[in-house]
Design a protein around this ligand. Sequence first.
Ligand code: DQA
Length: 145
Amino acid sequence: ATILVLHGPNLNLLGTREPTIYGSTTLDDINQTLTTQAVDHGHHLQTLQSNAEYELIERIHDAKREGVNFIIFNPAAFTHTSVALRDALLGVEIPFIEVHLSNVYQREPFRHHSYFSDVAVGVICGLGNQGYELALQAAIKQLEN
Ligand code: DQA
């Protein structure tokens, strides 16, 4: 199956961005680990990081055309703002898991609301980059069932 991992704004800075909150692992490291994990289980992984909402929306639309089976998504700051991305995911009907590196519930109140959680298959937050690996493990399990 094909799994798409989407990373929202500012996640290109991972490794140097607020490392006490987000850790010192880079986005390339995360994508590499996930690619290996997917390939080991006989699946294909695609990744995209974008700082632009429209690029993420268009990637989600393309995913439908390409037959992507599952999405793992860290919408980053768009988590708390984007009805458009929520509608894109609802529009393509591709199941997705929402991931956050930090525990958003330990942070500012504006991070406590997500436009995605109620329509996600599941949500993982606060486990750092391990959250992506757990999400991928869960996605693979769902796809194999
Ligand atoms: C984040 C949490 C968001 O509140 C924040 O805007 C991010 C990253 C996380 O992975 O912890 O950019 O999604």
